[in-house]
Design a protein around this ligand. Structure first.
Ligand SMILES: Cc1cc2nc3c(=O)[nH]c(=O)nc-3n(C[C@H](O)[C@H](O)[C@H](O)COP(=O)(O)OP(=O)(O)OC[C@H]3O[C@@H](n4cnc5c(N)ncnc54)[C@H](O)[C@@H]3O)c2cc1C
Length: 489
């Protein structure tokens, strides 16, 4: 869009602050809605980084495709794949290499496969579970009791730790739920809200009275869909070029949006009788009818403090933890003891310095040159955040020592790449849903036209961020429509 069109006096102005997937989706769906409704809309997206995408960060180095942040998204939540279709990049979608799907759990220092048929954390096939050495006999019997334990009355929230202990027992929590579920949310299961992170488990309990019965019913339904000819989509998806393909495609599609990169929003003030004034680090001041804040909550708090200390205080209550990823590329010929699968997780009871390792080039194609492999180790998270501040050399040394110990992998890596994610993982602790609701209500009441969105609030995964971007775009359009007459424009 030409600059003059952007500044047309009659157009309503929306500023999106933050060009991660949530902000990009918000801008994209605003543009779509604006076109569909033939609205005179001027959209500007401002991001602090020179490259858009936020935590979605794909790099190509020496034939490797390296993900600094997310490496895939769950297909059961449709919004990311839908966005890919709307952008016309659906042919670039890829699934995981399910023929070699195997996840391992470190158990007393030895890699032990997660038994076949475990869906999320629930066993759905008897024999592989019974024969698995991962869980002791008393632990297996305790997990089986889920079939008989009555559902919990009431709809109160509880921690993921309490829920899993209540239904499946402590061993299932320590060996399966804690490393797998907290790996997704990077949080402490003893604090993590069940209803904010895995509401599906509570729904299954309510509907079927047992997780095992519920998961068996889901498996049966999935089989029926398959035999009725439904196309099988891998549980996790990415793009041939890496997850960054998605954010790059959104950026390309934002033809009617002014993109301001490498520039921070430094403050937000009321714009006189109506709207807001947004000061940028470049010295420019923008005006807006509506502002979408798609940044972490602590950034939104800083920006909104001059207009509402109350809301800033509420936003500052959202907690985050820091993590880092260490990608290591190896020549295949240097691997002495071959391995196959998607990777392993380390329960915290194993007291290891890496929490998990993804075998990236086994999980997805197009991630390493044919004669190489790519692995990715994770460090940091609750109680271990200080590790993120170690220097590169120390982190690589730690990752290599752990891989040597766990995988017998002593080869010299041909490539190493570290990404530090400080205060990047929002903690959906008990009370999160109430905090989000109260913050949103206060914002709507005190600061009409200001909208909060992104991974801090209603889902951390990429599909949830896309959905939130889409929903916030609808809310902004509704607000602009309602306030047409009052506009100073
Ligand atoms: C290591 C890691 C692995 C992950 N793995 C997965 C995975 O496999 N699958 C999955 O679904 N999810 C995964 N996630 C979660 C997911 O990547 C994030 O939740 C999601 O990308 C966050 O998107 P967002 O738009 O909410 O925020 P962000 O990506 O953080 O975007 C916020 C943007 O705001 C900008 N900004 C900040 N301050 C300002 C300012 N003052 N002015 C202007 N701009 C500003 C930043 O530059 C940034 O671009 C992972 C996260 C991490 C850290």
């Amino acid at each position: 869009m030409s600059q003059s069109a952007v500044n047309e006096p009659t157009s309503r102005k929306v500023i999106v602050v933050g060009g991660g997937i949530a902000g990009l989706s918000a801008a994209f769906y605003l543009q779509q809605e604006g076109k569909a409704k033939n609205a005179a809309l001027s959209i500007t997206l401002v991001d602090a980084n020179p490259k858009l995408g936020g935590k979605i960060l794909t790099e190509k180095i020496d034939g490797f495709t390296i993900e600094g942040g997310p490496d895939c998204f769950i297909s059961q939540k449709p919004w990311a794949a839908e966005l890919a279709h709307q952008l016309g990049i659906q042919d670039d979608l890829i699934g995981t290499n399910d023929h070699q799907r195997k996840t391992f759990v470190l158990n007393n220092g030895k890699l032990t496969p997660l038994p076949d048929g475990v869906m999320l954390i629930v066993p759905t096939r008897i024999m592989p579970f019974v024969l698995s050495p991962l869980i002791t006999w008393p632990g297996k019997i305790r997990m089986g009791l889920d079939w008989f334990i009555p559902r919990r009355p009431g709809r109160d929230d509880e921690t993921v730790g309490d829920f899993v202990r209540r239904r499946l027992g402590s061993e299932a929590l320590d060996k399966i739920a804690e490393p797998l579920l907290s790996g997704i949310h990077v949080s402490d299961p003893e604090k993590q809200s069940l209803l904010a992170t895995f509401p599906r488990f509570r729904s299954i309990e309510e509907k079927h009275g047992s997780l095992i019965r519920g998961m068996l019913a889901e498996r049966k339904a999935a089989k029926a869909r398959k035999s009725a000819g439904a196309r099988r989509v891998s549980l996790f998806q990415s793009f041939k070029q890496g997850v960054g393909r998605l954010t790059e495609a959104v950026e390309t599609a934002l033809t009617d949006c002014r993109l301001i990169k490498d520039t921070r929003v430094v403050s937000i003030a009321r714009g006189g009788e109506w709207g807001y004034q947004i000061d940028l680090s470049s010295g420019e001041t923008l005006t807006a009818d509506a502002v979408v804040l798609a940044t972490p909550a602590y950034v939104a708090a800083e920006l909104l403090a001059p207009v509402s200390l109350d809301i800033a205080r509420m936003l500052n209550a959202f907690e985050y933890v820091s993590t880092a990823t260490i990608s290591l590329g190896f020549r295949k010929q240097d691997i002495q003891k071959p391995f196959m699968g998607f990777g392993f997780v380390n329960p915290s009871t194993e007291k290891r310095r890496i929490s998990a390792c993804t075998w990236t080039s086994f999980k997805f194609d197009h991630r390493a040159p044919d004669d190489h492999i790519l692995l990715r180790c994770f460090v940091g998270g609750p109680g271990k955040e200080e590790m993120v501040e170690l220097d590169d050399e120390s982190l690589i040394k730690i990752a290599r020592a752990e891989l040597a110990d766990i995988l017998d992998l002593t080869a010299e890596p041909v490539l190493t790449r570290i990404y530090r994610w400080r205060k990047a993982n929002p903690q959906y602790n008990l009370g999160h849903l109430d905090n989000v609701r109260q913050t949103f209500e206060a914002c709507a009441k005190e600061l009409p036209g200001i909208y909060l969105t992104g991974s801090t609030y209603e889902g951390v995964g990429i599909p949830d961020c896309v959905r939130q971007g889409q929903q916030v775009a609808e809310k902004v359009m509704g607000f602009l429509n309602e306030t047409k007459e009052e506009s100073y424009l």
